[in-house]
Ligand binder design. Sequence first.
Ligand SMILES: C[S@@+](CC[C@H](N)C(=O)[O-])C[C@H]1O[C@@H](n2cnc3c(N)ncnc32)[C@H](O)[C@@H]1O
Length: 393
Amino acid sequence: MSQAHLGYESRVNLGSYYTPPEIVNIAWQMIAPYVRSQTTIIDSACGYGDFLRSCGQAITIGCDIDETAIDVAKKNNDEVRFFQTNALCDVSRTKFGIPKQSHLIVVGNPPYNDRTSLIRHSIKDIDFDIDQDIASRDLGISFLRSYNKLEADLICVLHPLSYLIKPTNFRLLKEFTANYRLIDSLLISSWKFPESEKHTPFPIVLALYERDTQGMKYSFIRSFRFRIAGKDNKKRAAPIKNQQGVMSIGDFCFSDFDYITGYVDKYPKKKQPTYNDSLFFWTMRDINALKRNRTFVESYSTNTIVIDKRKLDYYAYVDVFKRNLHRLPFYFGNCDVLIDDNLFKQYKSVFISDTVRHHAFLKKHFQIKLIDEQQTTSGLDTYFKLLFTEHHV
Ligand SMILES: C[S@@+](CC[C@H](N)C(=O)[O-])C[C@H]1O[C@@H](n2cnc3c(N)ncnc32)[C@H](O)[C@@H]1O
C-alpha cells in the first residue's frame, strides 16, 4: 500500500499521498515527447519513486525528506540517483549534481498543505528550513518556486487547481508565472486519492509547464482550456485522445461563464450598519465553501454580510444555487457561483418561490406571485441545464 510506513499525522504533515499509477502514466505520456538523451529528470518529493522511470534520458534523480520512503525507493529503482534531503533548502542544481546546461524536467506530485495547519505535536518530522526566496505558507507553492530556482525547462506536476485560479494564490507564484507557461493540463478529482474520499472533492491539475520568458498572466489562465479527466458525466461523448495519447472527456474554461461576483457582496464590508429589519447572508468564498456553509442566516456575526436589499434577488439566487450543487462536477469546486443574468431574469419567479419555500421569513420581502412546487422544480431543472450545458451532471 502507498505511504504505508507513515502514521496519519506524518502523512498529513509531509503531505504524503502517493499518486495512483494511472495518473503517473498520464504524466509520462505528457513528458515523453520532450525527453532527450541529455535530459535530467528529477522528482524532488519522490516518495517510493513511482514517477521515476527511464525513457532514454541521461540522469534520473529522486529526492525525499522521508528516510524510509527513500530506502524503499532505492530497492525499487537501481538506476536512479537518490537523495534523502529537504528539497526546499539550499535549492540549486549543484545540490543534486545537475549540470548547469543540462535540459531539466521536473515530474511528480509535491506535497501541498498549509504549514499553519500542521499537526503540531509531531512537528519534528516537518520542522525543516525553507529558503527565504521560496518560503510560503503552502508547501506546494514553495515547491513550484523551487522548480523555478532550479531553472527547470519543463515541469509536469500535480497541484491544486486553486493555485492558478484564485487570484491571491496566482500572485504568490509571481516569479514562477513570470518564467513558465502552461502548455497542457488535465483536471483530476481529489477523490482519485483514496485518503481524500471522505472529504468534499476538490480539483487537482496535472499541469505541464514550459520555461518561457513570456510567462503567463492571470487572464491567460482564465481563458485556458483545461482538459477534464474521468467519467463523472454519463451524458458526455466518448473520451477524446490528444496527440500524446492522453484521454479526456472534454474541456473547461473559466471565461466561458459569468459569475455572481459582479452582482452581490461576497464578503462583509468593514462598516456594516444593521437595522431591525436587516437581512444577513453567510460569507461566500467558492463553490466548495458554499457546500459546507449556510446562506441566509438570522443573526449578525463577523462572518455575515448585511444584505443590500436592492440585490436581494441575487442572494436568493445563491441560496437556490446551493441546493443545486449536486448538478456540478468537481472541477467547479474553486469557482464562484455561476450565473447567466439574462436567463435568471426570465426564471426569477422560480428562484424566489424556491427561496421563500425554504425561508418563510423572506416572503414579505418579495413582491412576486409565488409559483407551485412542481413548476418550480421543472423551471430550475431547465435553468441549470441551460447554464451548465455539457457540464451538467
Ligand atoms: C504527495 S507525496 C508524493 C510522493 C510520490 N512522488 C508519489 O506521488 O507517489 C509528497 C512527498 O513529498 C515529501 N516531502 C515533503 N516535504 C518535503 C521536503 N521538504 N523535501 C523533500 N520531500 C518532501 C513527502 O515525504 C512525500 O513523500
